[in-house]
Design a protein around this ligand. Structure first.
Ligand SMILES: Nc1ncnc2c1ncn2[C@@H]1O[C@H](COP(=O)(O)OP(=O)(O)O)[C@@H](O)[C@H]1O
Ligand SMILES: O=P(O)(O)OC[C@H](O)CO
Length: 501
């Protein structure tokens, strides 16, 4: 008799760390392991990762999480992959070796290429087909950059010797020892190369960006077995059965299965996603239309607002300025003053995402007086995270013409009660934090576990979702509108600043 399955293993490959979590049938964490890896900044505005290091850290934490949970391979019902999205890897199909560092989603090196594409009049076509805006954030121009700048890459790509992938693809390839070259629809929808209506790579867009089809992975559903684990360092034979970009996985893990339900994740950046059902919704406020997931032949879409720097601004206070020694310390420092004393911090450290899409914006601190202290800056940092998210929700409510009844939240920075209260005050909507805030990993686990029958259906999953705390709005709508208007004035000071080409 084979052993009874007890858990699903989720691999959560984030921007700053690789994490693995084993979840039991009740959605509770059985074992978790995490490892940070190197951030490489070769030039201002460039951000790279070593894909080999990503793989090794992810494999090691997966083995550690299984060991901590005391699980054997036969007890694992499925493995789910979720990942930082857009980050671009190209490797040699024969050796499996990357031909360059991965170009990370935050990297701005292709901003000028996006300008050229815009000037050539391609913006509307890309928006219509992909649901995205022409921005350096997405994989397409990053992949084109590698083909144009790594010696011999284009010729080798045309000969079919190279493979492209986002991080999900890279991990599935390594886990399966090269058997699977796949990506799921949610990750594909972040590349600028994928038609979100036909759910296939778009030949016209590939031609504009001069990208050979031979490089591209096969696109699969977000829930379904694609391969088994066959690599060194991990038990063999575990079914890789779920793949989704981390923000879409969090939407699933928050049980936002129905249209109109939304979540905001406060990690390195902030990503607000609203389920819009089985048809792509178009934004008139520069939000993205994205594939949420595909399961049982049904595709769900979402509207997304992406903010590039959120928790990363807290890390910058820690690592760049040294005014706190750990992220949690921001809470007491910010709470030591009643307000930010007129200080606004616009953390445009990697340009601005939605709704501005300004790659040349740079960070700005305005409103300083002689009375300003590090406590005011700490408070202004938390406020900046809340302001940026409030702008996203404002755009989304206008687009979707609905009023949210609550906002579900997750991610590392939701540990800050002060931030959560600021957020509720600005939004005028209750902010609800669940008991399990690892919803990204949980979403990937659910997608994988549903594919192998470990969980039955979405209703079973939705019943496992439990709230931890609700933050009720405690600010008048007039006062919130005044604060938001002040914030927008500060944002204008940060815009269009960099003169780098
Ligand atoms: N107690 C805390 N209060 C506020 N922010 C925090 C706290 N702990 C962690 N963070 C922030 O959360 C972020 C990490 O969250 P996480 O969800 O792990 O992000 P990611 O998946 O993007 O790496 C960091 O940027 C950090 O600044
Ligand atoms: O690594 P995270 O959790 O900050 O997520 C990054 C996003 O997927 C980028 O689009």
């Amino acid at each position: 008799m084979p052993p009874v399955t007890k858990a699903v293993l989720a691999l959560d490959q984030g921007t700053t760390s690789s994490r693995a979590i084993a979840f039991g049938r009740d959605g509770r964490v059985l074992g978790v392991a995490q490892q940070e890896f190197r951030q490489i900044f070769p030039q201002p505005g460039w951000v790279e990762h070593d894909a080999g290091e990503i793989w090794r850290t992810q494999r090691d934490v997966a083995a550690q999480a299984l060991a901590k949970a005391g699980l054997s391979a036969g007890e694992v019902a499925a493995v789910g992959i979720t990942n930082q999205r857009e980050t671009t890897v190209v490797w040699d199909r024969k050796t499996g070796a990357p031909i360059a560092h991965a170009i990370v989603w935050q990297d701005r090196r292709t901003a000028a290429r996006c300008d050229t594409l815009r000037q050539a009049g391609h913006e509307a076509l890309f928006a219509e087909r992909t649901g995205l805006v022409l921005d350096a954030y997405f994989s397409g121009t990053k992949l084109a950059w590698i083909l144009d700048n790594v010696a011999g890459a284009r010729a080798r790509a045309e000969r079919g010797e190279l493979a492209f992938g986002t991080i999900d693809t890279w991990l599935a390839w390594k886990l399966s020892n090269g058997a699977a070259h796949v990506t799921d629809v949610s990750n594909a929808s972040r590349t600028l190369l994928f038609n979100i209506h036909t759910l296939d790579w778009d030949d016209e867009l590939l031609a504009i960006l001069d990208i050979p089809r031979a490089l591209l992975p096969r696109v699969v559903a977000s829930s379904g077995v694609v391969a088994t684990t066959e690599c060194e360092g991990l038990p063999r034979g575990m079914a890789i059965a779920g793949i989704a970009g981390d923000q879409q996985a969090a939407l699933f893990g928050q049980a936002c299965h129905r249209p109109g339900m939304a979540k905001n994740t406060y990690g390195t950046g902030c990503f607000l996603l609203m389920n819009t059902g089985e048809r792509p919704a178009r934004s008139s406020h520069r939000l993205l239309t994205t594939v949420a997931w595909k399961r049982q032949d049904k595709t769900q879409y979402a509207l997304e607002g992406s903010v590039f720097i959120a928790g990363a601004a807290i890390q910058w206070l820690r690592d760049g300025l040294g005014i706190i020694s750990s992220a949690p310390e921001i809470e007491s420092l910010a709470a030591s003053v009643p307000d930010a004393g007129g200080v606004f911090f616009v953390p445009a450290l990697a340009g601005l995402g939605a709704p501005y899409w300004d790659p040349r914006a740079r960070g700005a601190i305005v409103g300083l007086t002689r009375g300003a202290t590090r406590a005011h800056l700490a408070r202004a940092t938390l406020e900046a995270i809340a302001f940026q998210s409030a702008e996203l929700l404002e755009a989304m409510t206008a687009d979707a013409a609905i009023h949210l009844t609550e906002l579900r939240v997750d991610g590392g920075a939701t540990a800050s009660n002060l931030l959560m209260q600021m957020q509720a005050n600005l939004l005028g909507v209750p902010v609800v934090r669940p008991k399990v805030t690892e919803t990204t990993a949980l979403g990937a686990a659910y997608l994988a576990g549903l594919a192998t029958g470990f969980w039955r259906d979405e209703a079973e999953i939705a019943a496992l979702w439990e709230r931890d705390r609700v933050f009720e709005p405690a600010l008048s709508r007039d006062a919130a509108a005044t604060r938001l208007a002040e914030w927008k004035r500060a944002v204008e000071r940060a815009r269009d600043w960099s003169r780098d080409s």
